[in-house]
Structure formats: C-alpha cells, structure tokens
Write a protein of this length. Sequence first.
Length: 225
Amino acid sequence: MYKKLFYVLLFLILFTTTTKAESVINRTLSIGMSGEDVFILQNILNLDTSTQISQTGPGSIGNETSYFGPLMKQAVIKFQEKYASEILTPAGLSKGTGIVGLNTRLKIEKLFFNQNNDVEVVEEEEYSDENTAEESPAPKLKSINSASTVMAGQKIILTGENFSPSYTQSVIFKGTLESQIVSNPEAIDKNNLSVVIPQLSAGEYEVSVMIDFKQSIERIKLNIK
C-alpha cells in the first residue's frame, strides 16, 4: 500500500509544473477548493492510517480526487491535532481548523519533502545543471504602498528587490492567531508586487515575501480591519 502511494507522490512531485518539491502545495487550502495540490495532499494524508480520508469511495486510497470536501477537512483536522505542538500551539489553538494554512504546510514540508525519509529518494545527481533554472535571489521587502490599515479584498503594492514572474512567488500574512499565504501575486516589475489582501480576521499582521522558498528578512506590519 505505502509503496504504491510513494510512487504516486514521487510522480506528482517530478511532473508538476514547479521544479522544487516544496512548491507543490503553495497556497492555503480549505473546504470547497479544488486543484492538483488538493489531489497531492489527499495522497499525503492517506499515507497515514490515522489521517486517512475515507475507507471506501472518493478520497480513499487509490481514489483520491482534486476536490476538498468535508471528509478531507476532517482528515486535515486529524493531521493538525496529531502534530498540535507544531501546528496549533504556535497559533494559540487547541483544536484543528481543517484549513491548510502556513503552519500545516510547513509541517507537511518537514515530514515529506525536507527530510531524508522514504518519500525524498531522488538523488541530487539525477538533476542536470543544464536543465535547472537559474537560482532565484532572496527577495527584499522595503515598503507597502498603502495606508497602515487596510481591508480584505483591497489591492496593495509591495516595493522591494528581486521580484520576477519567472520565479514562484508568495506573499505571507502572519498574524498571532491566523496566517495565510497568497500565491503568485502579480509581479509588476522586479521592484513591485501587486497583491490582494486575503480574507483574514481583523488584527495586525507581519507581511513578508517568499521566492522559491527564500523568505525576505524584512517584515512590514499591516493592520487589517
């Protein structure tokens, strides 16, 4: 069973449009959403019997889908509560939310993509330097072109350095109780990113930029009402 799932995951990692395993799931996922990353996450959850989505039918082993439904939400909650000390406790939560936010994604990366375990078996020498894209530089965030208080749905401009549509880019909104990643913001040019404020609870958030999983050292505080 696990060998079969391992090869499914390996296939997905190698043949997605991104070149790095860490970029396979690069957005916040929640009930009602769909996509290739949902299908990949269902396969990951089904690797552990304690987080298995379903015993039979859609979502069960070998019948994973690209739709995030109620059964998948319950499986995500089980995953979050299994690793509560790393996912929930830092956010001040005691129960899983079923939303695949920043902490949940980081734990998935640690378990399945960043460690020398059974999933990460592709040796570095299998990649040819001729086939790899130029390594992206670390982003720098200098300012946010907006008022200090903004609303969800509002578009803001981030000013900095080393932005480019050629790289996998994300903007991170990190709050005390809630965080969210906005994937693929619009790169106006190498110094400006346009991003829409996501649906977040009112409060203060630290905004940073990530390019190919290199996060800006700089953080800018923003109040969302």
